[in-house]
Design a binder for this molecule. Structure first.
Ligand SMILES: [Zn+2]
Length: 295
């Protein structure tokens, strides 16, 4: 996890956390665990330097993984996958914000968590924005917005929040893909290796089903993690920088997929864009690059 992310619980414990935080990057479970830790640190009643204690009446009732348990000052919303919700409906956001209009029941403040803030219904996002714009003249009110990528949230929400990136996520199962990428590079370094990477990444994405479902992010997140892992092991600094930049681009690439661009062309476009900066003679080009514009 990034250093900035690791510092959030102690900022929360000291009461110095910005009122609205966007937690993005990393794995979904990592974001949930961090949000849980921050929420406990905010409401825990032990001494500031021992928060969150994990044992007090507040800590024990804040548990996102077990659906929150009951704490009147800790509210979180998420999309109900069981009901096949594709967005977080606006009425769920309104219910959450009703709590924000009253004083805390038990704790010294309130904490609101929105899991998958990128699928907030636009009307819900606007209602939330209005609440963030209200001056906090009462007890502390903290909002944690979780998203795979902050770039998917409304710019107005982003400008009202402090954005913290957790990292490229756990490569886990994709160690194998990262090693394959590294082998390809060592065999034919430079631009040709990047061209080979495009094929390997596109193949992996199809395997993960990212090809079929235009909304799916997981496939992109996983190949981005593998690219980042391989990038860190490249010998030349310029190659490392270009490959890391490609990994960051891939985290956001599903947005291009929503415009129905084929995954392979997206990967080609992103790869070529990252290479052109230093190496205009690169051997492969793509119309995706024209869609994306210059780097
Ligand atoms: Zn506690």
């Amino acid at each position: 996890m990034s250093r900035a992310a690791e510092q959030l619980p102690s900022l929360a414990a000291a009461g110095r956390l910005y009122p609205s935080i966007i937690l993005h990057g990393g794995e979904p479970a990592e974001r949930l665990a961090l949000a849980n830790e921050i929420a406990r640190a905010l409401l825990c009643e032990s001494e500031p330097d021992t928060r969150p204690c994990g044992r007090c009446r507040h800590c024990r009732r804040i548990d996102i993984e077990n659906d929150g348990v009951f704490h009147p000052d800790f509210v979180f919303v998420r999309r109900d996958a069981g009901k096949r919700e594709t967005v977080i409906p606006v009425d769920k956001v309104r219910t959450l914000l009703q709590t924000a209009q009253v004083s805390p029941f038990e704790a010294r403040g309130q904490v609101f968590v929105i899991v998958e803030a990128e699928v907030l219904h636009p009307a819900g996002a606007n209602v939330l924005l209005k609440t963030l714009e209200e001056p906090a003249d009462r007890s502390p009110r903290n909002f944690l917005l979780l998203a795979s990528s902050a770039s998917e949230l409304l710019p107005t929400l982003r400008s009202r929040s402090w954005t913290v990136y957790l990292g490229a996520g756990d490569v886990g199962d994709d160690d194998e893909l990262a090693s394959d990428l590294l082998d390809l590079w060592r065999r034919r370094p430079g631009d040709e290796a990047f061209a080979l990477w495009v094929s390997a990444l596109a193949a992996r994405l199809v395997e993960d089903g990212g090809f079929e479902d235009i909304r799916a992010r997981q496939g992109w997140t996983r190949i981005a993690g593998a690219v980042a892992a391989a990038a860190r092991r490249l010998d030349r600094r310029a190659d490392r920088a270009a490959a890391l930049a490609l990994a960051a681009d891939l985290l956001d690439a599903h947005r291009l997929r929503q415009r129905s661009i084929q995954p392979r062309r997206i990967i080609e476009g992103l790869a070529v864009r990252r290479l052109r900066r230093d190496r205009p003679q690169t051997g492969f080009a793509s119309s995706v690059n024209e869609l994306l514009g210059p780097p």
